[in-house]
Design a protein around this ligand. Structure first.
Ligand code: SAM
Length: 384
């Protein structure tokens, strides 16, 4: 859903934080519990409507469709459809015309018509949320584990493979995950690649080679090569990302295409690209507990030359209680990482501690969060 144009991202953040504070101050425990139930039923209703493909049957306002027509098209009683649709309407998903016909709200229309939002919604509903249902059982079974194969994902997906090994074994899921990563970045302004492009002085590197370690299908690298004509990007990832990446590279204009390369590479193995100017890891380390993240960074350090640096783009969790809405958005991601990988989003001190465990010569020299971004950029150099 596009945001109202009269308000900029900073103002929007302020309005949402204030509105949330007012709501929390005026709530009693009973309201809080009802709110929880409302959110649960709103989620169930939207999932139910998507499952029966009802939003696709609904025309855009001022047109509408009767609940009886929806009933004859789906075989479900019109009473049930109306009850579910009206529950979803309390989350501003769907609406009704003055004559009581079902129509789209601005939100439901965006979620159905915008392919990126639609892909993201589908992944949230069908993959992310079901994974949360395995969290309690996973903690009961493995209360102190940091293994990537003892997670809520393992419980909910009934697999003994780690999430990424499971993607390798299920290429269709690999493609779906690639689409999800891309759609999430495209559909939000706070997770978008523009923060990468503008959040660091890439121009100052001049003619530089950047290795995008765990770069997926290369979307972040494509943004950099488009914006900076002197940069050369090498994207590395597992085989599940190969077909998607190659198709995307083939579609680039010739001068840009010559500055991007995709390599199949497992970042637990020896890094073959030595002495690059930058080793770049975007939302990679949050998928790994410290022992795994340390090994990934050690493979990078072994390949670094004296003037190579590491740039990490990932979340840095805020101080608890500072900003509830912003914090909530990051902490849900923290729990999702724990549920999928037993890995955390990291606080500032966790990042310093992680870098210290990799190699004593490494120095975390800067952490900056571009305005409006959920991710920060961490710059790491070798001490002279
Ligand atoms: C959260 S995604 C981030 C992708 C990309 N950097 C971006 O910002 O869109 C994490 C990436 O790490 C890759 N990955 C996981 N395990 C890997 C491994 N052992 N070797 C190389 N890449 C791996 C995944 O395939 C996935 O593309």
């Amino acid at each position: 859903m596009s945001a109202p144009t009269a308000i900029n991202p900073q103002q929007r953040e302020g309005v949402l934080e204030s509105a949330t504070k007012i709501k929390q101050l005026s709530q009693e425990p009973g309201n809080f519990l009802i709110d929880l139930l409302v959110q649960q039923q709103q989620f169930t209703s939207i999932k139910w409507l998507l499952h029966f493909k009802i939003p696709e049957m609904i025309p855009v306002a001022p047109k509408g469709i009767s609940y009886d027509d929806l009933s004859s098209r789906t075989g479900i009683s019109s009473n049930t459809i109306r009850a579910v649709a009206r529950m979803a309407m309390t989350a501003d998903f769907l609406a009704e015309t003055k004559d009581g016909l079902s129509t789209h709200s601005q939100l439901s229309r965006s979620l159905v018509e915008d392919q990126d939002l639609a892909n993201w919604l589908s992944y949230v509903v069908n993959r992310n949320v079901p994974m949360t249902y395995g969290f309690i059982e996973a903690t009961e079974r493995w209360p102190n584990t940091t293994s990537v194969t003892e997670t809520a994902f393992n419980v909910s997906s009934k697999t003994e493979l780690s999430f990424f090994d499971w993607l390798e074994a299920n290429p269709k899921m690999g493609t779906e995950f690639g689409e999800y990563m891309k759609s999430q970045a495209a559909a939000t302004t706070d997770g978008g690649v523009e923060h990468l492009v503008n959040g660091f002085d890439w121009k100052s590197l001049g003619k530089a080679t950047i290795v995008d370690v765990g770069g997926g299908e290369g979307d972040a690298s494509f943004a950099l090569v488009h914006a900076y004509p002197e940069l050369r990007l090498i994207v590395q990832d597992l085989s599940h990302a190969k077909a998607g990446a190659q198709a995307k590279i083939a579609a680039l204009d010739a001068p840009i295409k010559s500055r991007v390369e995709w390599q199949e590479y497992d970042f637990r193995e020896v890094q073959q690209v030595k002495g690059a100017d930058v080793y770049f890891l975007r939302t990679v380390l949050h998928n790994w507990p410290d022992d795994g993240a340390v090994k990934i960074l050690q493979r990078v350090v072994e390949a670094m030359g004296p003037s190579s640096r590491i740039i990490i783009m990932d979340m840095v969790l805020p101080t608890p209680g500072d900003k509830r809405v912003f914090e909530g958005a990051l902490r849900q991601k923290d729990l999702m990482m724990r549920q999928a990988f037993n890995a955390p989003e990291r606080e500032v001190e966790d990042w310093y501690s992680l870098v210290g465990k990799v190699d004593k010569r490494l120095e975390l020299v800067a952490i900056t969060r571009p305005e409006g971004s959920v991710h920060s950029l961490l710059e790491i150099k070798l001490r002279n």
